[in-house]
Design a binder for this molecule. Sequence first.
Ligand SMILES: *Cc1c(COP(=O)(O)O)cnc(C)c1O
Length: 379
Amino acid sequence: MRKETEVVRGYRCIDEKTGAISFPIYQSATFRHPGLNESTGYDYSRTQNPTREELEKTIAKLEGGAEGLAFSTGMAAISAVISIFKPGDHIVVSDDLYGGTYRIFEEIYGKYGIKATYVDTQDLENIKSAVNENTVALFIETPSNPIMKVTDIGAVSAYAKEKGLLTIVDNTFLTPYYQKPIALGADIVVHSATKYLGGHNDTLAGLVVTAGAELGEQIRFIQNSVGAVLAPFDSWLILRGIKTLGVRLDRQEQNAIEVANWLKSHEKVDQVYYVGLPDHPGYELSKEQTSGFGSMISFTVVDESIVSEVLGRLKLIFFAESLGGVESLMTYPLTQTHADIPEEIRERLGVNSRLLRLSVGIESSEDIIEDLQRALGGE
Ligand SMILES: *Cc1c(COP(=O)(O)O)cnc(C)c1O
């Protein structure tokens, strides 16, 4: 089955009992036992719920992993993954990444003795020099948020295997439709399904997929114990979102290529970070390890003083946090997604006061470009 079909079909796709094409929402907290020591396979919805299970098996299938797990948000998913580690453990993390991931490592798990070192994971040598005797895992975001750095998942995972470390990849930006980290050697994939998988800016959700069953069981134990599970209705919304993943992503990518090229030629735009531009440093690697470039673009304007005007003039594109949905959204990483990252790290990465991030939606690319034209004050 090709990837366009795979996303439509999901796992079981239909309800065997009734033939319902839309997988039912099992809005039940608990399940009646047929008798003592007997179970229908479902006991209590924190442990498992049929609708959530359909989503978990769907994402496991799409990512090519053994186990899938659905959480209430992307951060709950990432938190569950970090919970497999213990005090004293050390993790090497991509330095350019979602601000919330930085915050959870520093402000939450740091307190419990789990340490993180942030390096530019584009260069394997940086990872090698950060690894010490306490290192247990590598946490990679690729393409990274918001500078769109591309990390070689195959090379990093091969090195991690050699050292006995786990490789964890945040696959939010590309989804399994474009990038399959497990096939490249990763052990765990995490997602904010709030973004492309859901795709409609209407649901918060997080997903984890493990390559092996044992790691899956470990995280399932945490999921059931801590309880940040995805509700049945929200599971259904993500399942529905995944059905159109292919058409949405292909359209969004096509739009993003046009928008990125247009931005590049604009006099008020300085740098354009988009992995689908041939002069992007990660372009060749992306062509090797992914089947698409996605639709996240960051760019800097020539002067900080125009940022506020640009955001104020947008009409079609919404000035809002989040990404990956059908509506185009513009973010100002400095004060929104990356506010928790210390200034010196931000400056080094290029997350400065001139940087804007654009999640390109499925609208007409001409309308998106016209909106940008107006916002940048070109007319
Ligand atoms: C949004 C996001 C998260 C966090 O997910 P939530 O669903 O907002 O909790 C994690 N990683 C990346 C790359 C994200 O974009």
